[in-house]
Design a protein around this ligand. Structure first.
Ligand code: NAP
Length: 287
């Protein structure tokens, strides 16, 4: 690696965009690729990033290639697609870091293919939404080899408040799915409490400050108070992505009562057209 670490970054959605800004702020050399080129152009206008023409074009010269994409299908396309990372004939001297929430199985498939190309792969999903991403306060949970993890630590430090190596590839994904199971259960619980109170004459703006001041209040209940009170469901974390995570948890053996109920609530909410709204729009569905 040269003196300035060169990072290729793929995925400039709600999370990828502020994460790239923090890496630029920390002094790393960034080249980005996004499927919809408009997002790369907008980012270039406000930062010092360069734009690549494809995922494959990031291979030459990158010390790290990061991905922050919607789901398993997107990640597979970016690695195995016709202009994907592994289609490049260039020498592959980078460490691959995926920060998306995907299944441990997909991680193992991609990590295996990377290994055949001499590339170390880390699954490094994050806990924390857009605001912690902007504030470099994400919690990063990692699966992979210790040596590659240690090399990535300075980059993780620019993105989050902690990073933890949990075990082999897939371990980060498993921890992330467990956290999002709890996240979804908490969100649905909050929605149900607000709806019950409302039905009996206590408005959301009366109830939520009480919840937030007490033992059941949390960063999440505080974060979602404004959304609920003002009927503002602009996605920080899209409901369809939470539905995807509970689907992945189910495919990995989640079979407990509240989790199963949560899964069917979210699938029904997506079917009703709420998938692009914030996950707390579950309250709209339950209403
Ligand atoms: P997002 O805003 O929906 O962005 C998704 C990104 O994936 C976009 O850059 C999109 O490109 C790209 N993409 C989707 N399908 C693709 C494909 N087939 N080929 C290439 N690129 C593709 O999602 P996000 O909120 O940033 O979340 C990203 C990941 O982080 C997800 O796995 C999510 O579960 C996880 N996560 C999100 C949050 C949160 O609060 N938002 C928190 C923690 C973890 P286009 O711009 O071209 O559509």
């Amino acid at each position: 690696m040269g003196t300035t670490i060169k990072i290729g970054w793929i995925g400039l959605g709600n999370m990828g965009n502020p994460m790239v800004k923090n890496l630029v702020k920390a002094g790393f050399d960034l080249t980005v690729f996004n499927r919809n080129p408009e997002k790369s152009i907008v980012l270039k206008e406000s930062t010092a990033v360069k734009i690549a023409s494809s995922a494959a074009a990031l291979v030459a010269g990158s010390d790290f290639i990061f991905t922050m994409l919607s789901d398993d299908a997107a990640l597979k396309e970016v690695y195995f697609g016709p202009a994907g990372i592994l289609s490049s004939a260039e020498d592959k001297n980078f460490i691959a870091v995926d920060m998306s929430t995907v299944s441990p199985e997909t991680t193992k498939i991609i990590a295996g293919a990377c290994k055949e190309n001499g590339v170390d792969y880390l699954d490094a999903p994050v806990s924390g939404s857009v605001k912690p991403a902007e504030d470099a306060q994400l919690i990063i949970m990692v699966g992979g080899e210790e040596k590659a993890y240690q090399k990535a630590v300075p980059l993780f430090s620019a993105l989050g408040k902690s990073s933890t190596l949990l075990g082999p590839n897939g371990s980060g994904n498993t921890a992330k799915l467990a956290i999002n199971l709890f996240l979804g259960i908490t969100a649905q619980g909050l929605a149900e409490a607000v709806l019950f109170a409302g039905k009996n004459g206590i408005a959301a703006e009366q109830l939520l400050p009480l919840i937030n001041a007490g033992a059941v209040g949390s960063a999440l209940t505080k974060l979602k108070t404004d959304n609920i009170v003002n009927d503002n469901f602009k996605a920080a974390f899209a409901l369809k992505l939470l539905a995807k995570d509970i689907r992945l948890a189910t495919a990995n053996g989640m079979n407990t009562p509240i989790g199963k109920t949560l899964g069917s609530t979210l699938e029904a909410a997506v079917e009703e057209g709420l998938g692009e709204e914030d996950m707390i729009a579950v309250i709209k569905y339950l209403k």
